[in-house]
Design a protein around this ligand. Structure first.
Ligand SMILES: [Zn+2]
Length: 173
C-alpha cells in the first residue's frame, strides 16, 4: 500500500499499487472526483528528474520486493522508496548526479550520498530476501540500534529500523 495526498482537495488516500492496471496514467480522486496524475517508474527505472508537486510517483511492483519508508522529521519529509530486484544504493539526493538509484530528499547532511546498499535476491523457494550493508559511508549505518561493521551483511525483516545520519528508515516486505 502507498499513501498519498490528493493535490486538489488534500484528502489522504491509500492505494494498493499492486492492484492498479499497468500503464495507468491517472486516477479519479474518490472525494473531489478530479484526475490525479501518476508517474509510473518502470522496473529498474531511475527517475533522474525529481517529480513535480502535482505528480504522485510510484513504481508498480510485485509484492515482497520490499520498501523503505523514510520517517519525517525537521530535515526530511516522509517518503517511500521502492526496492527492486538486484542492487539498490540509497543515499541523500544532491544537485550532482550520484551513484545512488534510490535518493532521499533531505537536509540531513550527515547522510552520505551513497550511504547503504540493499540487494534483493530470490531464495530457493522463490521468496525475496533483502541483504543490507553499509556502503563505506562517512557516518556508518545503524541497523536495529547496532552499527554495521565493514563488509557486514544482514538480512532484513519486516519492520526493521535503519538509521543513516539522523534519518530513520523503516523496512517493510
Ligand atoms: Zn481530491
Amino acid at each position: 500500500m502507498i499513501s498519498l495526498r490528493c493535490p486538489y482537495c488534500q484528502v489522504g488516500l491509500k492505494i494498493d499499487e499492486s492492484k492498479l492496471p499497468p500503464g495507468l496514467r491517472s486516477f479519479k480522486c474518490p472525494k473531489c472526483k478530479k484526475d490525479i496524475p501518476l508517474s509510473i517508474l518502470g522496473e529498474g527505472g531511475d527517475n533522474l528528474s525529481p517529480p513535480s508537486d502535482e505528480t504522485q510517483v510510484f513504481t508498480p511492483r510485485k509484492s515482497g520486493i520490499g520498501r523503505l519508508t523514510v520517517l519525517p522529521d525537521a530535515n526530511t519529509p516522509e517518503q517511500v522508496l521502492f526496492l527492486q530486484e538486484g542492487l539498490s544504493i540509497v543515499g541523500r539526493r544532491s544537485a550532482q548526479p550520484t551513484g545512488a538509484n534510490l535518493r532521499i530528499q533531505t537536509a540531513d547532511r550527515s547522510m552520505s550520498r551513497e550511504h547503504l546498499r540493499i540487494e534483493v535476491k530470490k531464495d530457493a523457494k522463490g521468496r525475496y530476501k533483502h541483504y543490507l550493508s553499509d556502503n563505506k559511508s562517512k557516518n556508518h549505518t545503524l541497523y536495529n540500534s547496532n552499527y554495521l561493521g565493514e563488509g557486514e551483511v544482514v538480512i532484513l525483516n519486516d519492520n526493521d529500523e535503519i538509521i543513516i545520519g539522523h534519518t530513520v528508515l523503516r523496512f517493510n516486505e
